[in-house]
Structures are given as structure tokens and as C-alpha cells.
Design a protein around this ligand. Sequence first.
Ligand SMILES: Nc1ncnc2c1ncn2[C@@H]1O[C@H](COP(=O)(O)OP(=O)(O)OP(=O)(O)O)[C@@H](O)[C@H]1O
Ligand SMILES: [Mg+2]
Length: 269
Amino acid sequence: MARIVVITSGKGGVGKTTTSAAVATGLALEGHKTAVVDFDVGLRNLDLIMGCERRVVYDFVNVINGDASLRQALIKDKRTEGLYILPASQTRDKEALTQEGVEQVLQELSKDFDYIICDSPAGIERGALMASYFADEAIVVTNPEVSSVRDSDRMLGILASKTRRAEQGEDPIPAHLLITRYAPERVDKGEMLSVEDVQEILSIQMLGVIPESQAVLNASNAGMPVVLDDESDAGQAYRDAVARFLGEDRPHRFLTAQKKGIFGRLFKG
Ligand SMILES: Nc1ncnc2c1ncn2[C@@H]1O[C@H](COP(=O)(O)OP(=O)(O)OP(=O)(O)O)[C@@H](O)[C@H]1O
Ligand SMILES: [Mg+2]
């Protein structure tokens, strides 16, 4: 049985798709057979970031509608062994992802995969609810700014009340915080919230902090998940986050502006 992990945020444009691609690739690199599923009907960003957009023939909605089998729609990643992508449909019909259809596809994927990573669309409506409904675990992506943190807080409320697990009266699904686009110089200037601020407001376990990095844009232009760029700060930070997700204890890095020692202040004790 696969573990289903939703990558969600509330607010748009904070780095969910970048994170989905990075985490899925990172898990596959660690030897876990992983499928990454694009729930963003109408947009299709994931296949661009994974560099497989030209190979898309069938998509998630085709599988739900029975126009194609899951096997036909899944795209094998060209770089990383054990990694598969299920692209989103470009239909304008936001109702195309039915709960029964999604459940069926996730169940079928579950038989074959260790992890299923669900790339949620922005917002807290249908698409996002569908992406999180069947999740066993959530990674909540937040930028260090008030509006993003506020929307993530609303999303935490939804995760605690509107997932299948919540409806069945089970414990709420574990939610991990991933802060992305972190720029310590701007935190020092008071233009951004600090890691500590964000953590205090959301008070969930912190999986990692991904620095604001040109490497993310370069990687996405090249159609390559940034986690494969070992030289980059963002790539290394994503590798660390995946290792922590798998239970390893790693210190947080890239939290301070160069030559300023707030690291000690933030993480002492
Ligand atoms: N760590 C980072 N450093 C710099 N740019 C980043 C970083 N993370 C994401 N970005 C950029 O932010 C933009 C939005 O990223 P992404 O598409 O992953 O967000 P999203 O949350 O999936 O958006 P949407 O809500 O529209 O689905 C992209 O241009 C991406 O390159
Ligand atoms: Mg996205």
C-alpha cells in the first residue's frame, strides 16, 4: 500500500509544484517507487517542471473517464528510476475530477507504488479538496509572508476536518511545514517573516526551509526538478527535507544571511 502525500498551501504560486517535483524525485532517488499526480486541472505545470510535457498523450481525467488505462497515462521519468508522472488534464471542466474517480485511480496506484505525491492546485475549493481528501500525510508549503501563512492556517483547518480520515473520525493526518522562497537578508530587514514567526503561527512540525534561489528558475526552465541540482542551495535543501520526511535527523541550513549568526539564535535548544 502506498502512502499518499498531498502538497498543498492555500495560497497560489508559493512553490507547490516545484516541491511536488522535488519531493517525488527525492523519494525515488532514495529507492522508493513514487508516482506524482497533477491535480491542477486546466493548468498542467507539473509535466513542464518534470520536463515530460511532450510525452503527454493521456491524462488523469482520461483515466477517470475510462478513455485510457492508468498504465497508458503514466509517464516514466526519463532521468530517475522508479519515478512516474500522471499529468493533469487541460480540460476547462473543473468538475472532471470526481471523488469516486480520484479514489479509484489512487487505489490502483497504491498497489504498485510506495508513495503517491499529489500536487494540489491553489485555493481551498474543489480541486484542492480533491487532492487532499485521500491523503495520509500533508506537506504544507508556505512563503514567509502574512498572506501565505494565513492561507496555510486555513488549509490546516481543512486538513483537520475535510479529509476522509477526519470524516471517519480518525486522527487528523500529520501535516509538515515547508517554508519556501526564504530570503534571510529580507527577514533581517523586517520585510519577511522569520522561520520562528511562521512556525509559531502554524505550530506544526517543520520539514524544511528552501531558500529563494535562482537555481529553481533555471531548473524549471530546463525541465529538471531542482533537487537533481546537487550544487544548488535549493537542491540541497530539498534533499535534506526528503531525508527528514523519511525520518532522518538533519540540521536546517541556509537560514541566515551570509556572515550573520541568527542560526544559533533561532535553533538553540
Ligand atoms: N525556492 C524558490 N526560489 C525561487 N523561486 C521559486 C522557489 N520556489 C518556487 N519558485 C518560483 O515560484 C513560482 C511558483 O512556483 P510553483 O509553480 O511551484 O508554485 P505553485 O504553488 O505550484 O503555484 P500554483 O498555485 O499556481 O500551482 C515559479 O516561478 C517558481 O519557479
Ligand atoms: Mg502548482
